[in-house]
Design a protein around this ligand. Sequence first.
Ligand code: SAH
Ligand code: SF4
Length: 353
Amino acid sequence: MAGEDLTSLTFAQLERWAATEGLPAFRGRQLFRWLHGRVERDFARMTDLSRELRDRLAGKYRLHLPEIVEQRRAADGTRKLRFRLADGLEVEGVYMPEQRRRTLCVSTQVGCAMGCAFCATGSMGLVRHLAAGEIAGQVEAVRRLLAAEGLERPVSNVVFMGMGEPLHNLEATLAAVEILLHPLGGGMSRRHLTVSTAGLVPAMKKFVERVPAKLAVSLNAADDEVRSRLMPINRRYPLERLLAACRELNLKHTDRITFEYVLLGGINDGDDDARRLVKLLSGLSCKVNLIPYNPLPDSSFRRPRQQRLQRFQQILLDKNLSVFVRRSRGAELAAACGQLVTTAGGGAGRRQS
Ligand code: SAH
Ligand code: SF4
């Protein structure tokens, strides 16, 4: 008997689960703390539960933690991680330690249904959604690994920017955020957790209503013609609708929205593009992350020239936008943005273009 996936339940859901087991609510709270505060997956070691209860639960439930099956390290400390899930499928993550923060980028789906033209994950199609416990579990597995290496506060920041479109897997994403933010769970600060979306407008609205984490929107083009070509989702939620939603969110939240903009040489990196972008974002409290395209094998896209990148950035700076250029960490590992793709595991055949 497989039993319910207890690692995917939020604090409140575990309290309710306790009642269904004929247990007082505090048993649910204890279990939540073991699973997500202490990253324990063995009932036998949950010493404040009676032996009889531990045995009963162990007979009924399996507790999974994504297994780190491969780590590749770059000279700057970046690690590309491959996680194996309970069914053998795999996702990737990237760990980026810096002076003041240690950021982990996690996946929310195996593959992605959005099909963006410049993205390796997009070329896989959607294989399946991750459960909440599998999303938060990537953070927990890394916390456990690095704690064993002697690091204190091993993960300070988490970004949902790995494989998949988090808001296409909304309920699991919301539950994972709750688990990571809960003081008895991941205990993270809401300002240190960012979810990135290709711009699924209705789900964006639900997201900000239900969790206090930060939102990043992948814009990638400042006119509908180019954006629809790069990101098919733009046909459903074109720029006007997307930006209107962002303005609405802006009114409700003190946090600035981050806009990500992948610069593709000759496609969206011209002066006109920069000026259109300025216009699009006027009046919005936001910051812009420019991401020079990370080349994929066999792709016809190319990186922008350095001069172009600087000029593009300058046009935005001149209009007082906060603009950052994202350093391409992990590029030598093919671990940079948009380069995450898995091929092995579970026997599910996937294509890697
Ligand atoms: N699906 C979500 C989150 C994962 S993609 C989203 O699209 O926002 C994370 C970021 O990587 C996005 O901003 C995306 O535009 C960017 N990206 C994808 N492929 C890339 C590539 N080849 N080079 C640089 N950035 C890329
Ligand atoms: Fe999916 Fe994001 Fe890649 Fe687009 S950029 S295919 S939404 S992972």
